[in-house]
Design a protein around this ligand. Sequence first.
Ligand code: SF4
Ligand code: SF4
Length: 327
Amino acid sequence: MHYFCNKMITRTSIFIRTAQVANAIKVCLSYLLSATLHRDLRLGMPLSASIEPANYCNLHCVQCPTGLGMITKKTSLLSLENFRKAIDVLTPELIYLNLYFQGEPTLNKDLPEMVRYATEKGVFTSVSTNGHFLDMNTCVKLKDAGLSHLIVSLDGANEESYRRYRRGGDFKKVIEGITNAVKSGLKVELQCLLLSSTENQRDEIEALGDKLGVWKTTFKTAQFYNSDSLMPADEKNSRYKKGSLTIKRKLHNRCWRVISGIVITTDGEILPCCFDKDCAHSYGNLFKTGTTKEALCGILHSQKASDFINTVFRNRRRCKICTNCTE
Ligand code: SF4
Ligand code: SF4
């Protein structure tokens, strides 16, 4: 009996991996064709997705539309039932799932069950959190559920610098959360935004990460919506030209992210990417259309989706969100 069960599991895994690889080849081909012919020529299904467990947050970060209350949609949590439906239509092709968009994912108590469901379907899972609700019980549940990667934001080497950006946050609580996550065996990445309050603390933050035993510490340039005082003083720590909100690198009329992935919000809106914070470019609503593979394909290839992608591949400057994006 045990032998037959193992054999079935192996066969299922081979089926999933084959579907994922075949789809990834189609998506790469889609990108090359779309970039060469400057139009939406998508084949296959998304190979990555961000699904939003909660669209509200306990913090008020300085440049976050959620924390600043700029988001106009109603606050909500994703139900486990809708999450399962979304995963059912995205698999077996989906390879990577990020359980985060706007809002703090650990506010959704079904998060470990969501991770378990996606993991059982052969999907690599990642959660990005502000680290305030990582008690030992939650960490153990996430580990048991098979979470592949936990990203914890820690923008500062001490309480004072941390609070400059993470307004309403508690530095000690995040340190405690990281400690619990590491102890429970999760693969933890400590992520720090490069801001005027952190750019001179890189060594200290790295040393703190080592002391806490995290898998790695990374530094990321921050996205800004206004020229806030937290803009780094050193241009090399910023994605913008000095004293402006103009992206330093050349904006190409192509985008891998919009071809390979999607975002699904708590209430089922399908968005092109995580820069569409307030759902201005929704392709359609998955939960209102029956949540079948056919419905998903219909939304992905709707007129709205094609128009958006054609704009990105012809003249991305016409799309506001694409001008504040490093992709
Ligand atoms: S913790 Fe994340 S979601 Fe919450 S306000 Fe800060 S950046 Fe936004
Ligand atoms: S904002 Fe535009 S360029 Fe950036 S990831 Fe989204 S679609 Fe691509």
